[in-house]
Design a protein around this ligand. Sequence first.
Ligand SMILES: [Ca+2]
Ligand SMILES: [Ca+2]
Ligand SMILES: [Ca+2]
Ligand SMILES: [Ca+2]
Length: 281
Amino acid sequence: MRTSRLKATVACILCAIWFCAGAALADEEQDFSLSKLSVADKLLDLVWEDLDQDGLYDILIIHRKGLEPDETRWISIFWQAKDGGFSTAADQSWEIDTLSVILDTGDVAGDERKEIVYLTADAVRYYPIDSDRYETESNILFETAGLTVFPSKRSIPLINFARDWNGDGIEEVAVFKFEGLSIFSPDADGRYTSENRILIELDTGMGSDYRHSRDDRTMGLHAAFGFPDLRLVDFDNDGRVDLIATKEDRVIVYRQQPDGRFSALGRSQNARRPGGEGGDG
Ligand SMILES: [Ca+2]
Ligand SMILES: [Ca+2]
Ligand SMILES: [Ca+2]
Ligand SMILES: [Ca+2]
């Protein structure tokens, strides 16, 4: 039923507005249409999702404009029309907050539409959506300090941190921190007051390119923090999804409790991943 409402669409993304549209392809099958979507400069990533919950999948494109050192990151939105098509030029386009470090879509306002959510060094913020239009000034969802302290001018990773982590039908917001993951849940008023702290030991590294400093030079440092992959799998077969952190051959299981929160079950060094290859159980 849902798929029948969605017209399959071939979206041809042009990474530079200078390109002219080529010869139109034949309109051979009713169920397909070819749309050319133009965004300026460098395409970074793309989301294919029904953002405004009207039953039609829309396209969100992350792209970068300009040259070093004056690059800026942009969001362009293409709403799918009822005939299944898209306009060539974005319906909305705006520069992403320079403080944003990672980005996602998710329903954080409780209206089922997908807000555009992002993490800064000290807050979770979002661009609200009102029927079929985003506000291009962001709102603060809540303040919290995380490890997302270094915004890049060149990129912004799309990471699914605003999602229904515990399978109760309500989307929570996870924040990556130096001490682990914090999953924030909304209360009855939609305020993210409940924090489920999940301690995760991060891989860390600190180094310098040369071994010896000289009298006239103190060598520079580089630091790295590695967060594990996170999977939602019902590890103990109790009907609730559990959180499994995997990094190379290490596996840590955080069981979901009846109240929807996760707590550590135990650590298994050099363990095989549960469920084997691709094991959703
Ligand atoms: Ca839509
Ligand atoms: Ca999401
Ligand atoms: Ca949930
Ligand atoms: Ca479970």
